[in-house]
Ligand binder design. Structure first.
Ligand code: ATP
Ligand code: MG
Length: 356
């Protein structure tokens, strides 16, 4: 029996509602497999916790999470709690403490998923974005000089270390090699004359270790255009924290919308737990009404299965999502259906069972 200990931070708004459906699907697999078991430990952290306790997570929170096999996160953020608190004191704290320096976002237009492009060839939208997740433009470095004065100046510094840049690019090359796919680097060396020149240099250096991997490089502005006009160019993609943040939201819109988009925060060395989450926020406007689309959370569960070595089940969950979309009957309102969050989770679980 393989037992996996999962820390669940359901968080705020629709977070708990969608995670419950991801867990439902994981449990369906475990029950049918018989040799697999998930043990969940729930942590009540988030903005509601903040309003009662003055902290997003307990002081020893990181210590308590560190021995889990994975963290499954819903969403954090709620009106009244400033984003910089909800983000920095929970999400970014976990990402940093556990050195989750890789953010993986699949941008894959599965059958049945809505796409805003006309006459699209579905297979052309199948990218794997690997975003630097620990430094770069989001290093939090900068200064605010002469604050409030007429001559005030604000500095926001991108931090690109040799170690940080090399490791994400190397991880991307290894991923591309394993998948037998090309690797595209997205940067902006013509305008960001320190950071991105360095990024391009490191990319070229590491590429020499992977002569079998076909590569391409684009400026971020050109890449944004090409993702729409010629998406098939992109297979595995590596890019910086900021560019990855923006382009993966564009990618989410291409591949079925925010209700489908999943992301994983990975510590590849497995010294610490990795974290899996739908990329959408807490969506307070629809929270507590059973309207939230749980497919992004279910897709995150699929990524979790991949990461713990059950790729066969990870794929099976994707197949089940595809099956659900193709049926087109049990969908939440954001996908023009009338089903509830739980009904979608039930239906995916049912399809999972039928595929096992
Ligand atoms: P946060 O402050 O946590 O980022 P948010 O209000 O920005 O929350 P997002 O999740 O970023 O919410 O999404 C913006 C809007 O998209 C939501 O207000 C909601 O209407 C819609 N939305 C997001 N996720 C989902 C989902 N899973 N199902 C249905 N609609 C969603
Ligand atoms: Mg938001």
């Amino acid at each position: 029996m393989s037992i996996y200990n999962i820390a669940v931070i359901a968080g705020d708004g629709i977070g708990p509602e969608v995670l419950q459906e991801g867990i439902k699907v994981l449990n369906t697999i475990a029950e049918l497999d018989g040799s697999l078991h998930f043990e969940y430990t729930y942590f009540p952290w988030g903005c509601e916790y903040y309003s009662q306790h003055g902290v997003m997570m307990d002081e020893d929170g990181v210590e308590r999470l560190k021995d889990f096999d994975a963290i499954f996160l819903g969403a954090v953020g709620f009106p009244g709690v400033p984003d910089h608190i909800s983000l920095w004191d929970l999400l970014l704290k976990i990402r940093k403490s556990f050195d989750q320096y890789i953010n993986i976002r699949p941008i894959k237009l599965i059958k049945g998923a809505p796409c805003p492009l006309k006459d699209v060839n579905r297979e052309d939208i199948d990218m794997l974005f690997i975003r630097e997740n620990s430094e770069g433009e989001y290093a939090g470095a900068g200064d605010w000089l002469f604050k409030g004065q007429a001559n005030e100046v604000v500095l926001q510094t991108g931090v690109f270390s040799r170690k940080g840049t090399e490791r994400v690019i190397r991880y991307a090359f290894e991923t591309a090699r394993k998948a037998g796919k090309s690797l595209t680097s997205i940067s902006k060396g013509n305008a960001l004359n320190y950071s991105m020149v360095f990024w391009d240099q490191v990319f070229e250096e590491v590429a020499k270790e992977f002569p079998d991997v076909q590569t391409a490089s684009y400026l971020v502005d050109a890449a944004a255009m090409l993702m729409i006009s010629d998406p098939k160019r992109f297979e595995v993609v590596v890019t910086s924290n900021l560019f990855g943040d923006i382009l993966t939201d564009l990618g989410a819109a291409l591949a079925g919308g925010i209700g489908l988009a999943a992301g994983a925060n990975i510590n590849p060395e497995r010294n610490f737990p990795s974290m899996f989450e739908p990329i959408h926020g807490s969506a307070p406007d629809i929270a507590g009404k059973g309207l939230a689309n749980p497919l992004a959370a279910i897709w995150s569960a699929s990524q979790l299965l991949d990461f713990i070595g059950h790729e066969k089940y990870g794929q099976l969950v994707l197949d089940a999502i595809e099956g659900l979309l193709l049926e087109g009957e049990v969908l939440t309102p954001d996908m023009k259906g009338a089903a509830s969050t739980a009904e979608v989770g039930d239906r995916v679980s049912k399809i999972v069972s039928s595929l096992m």
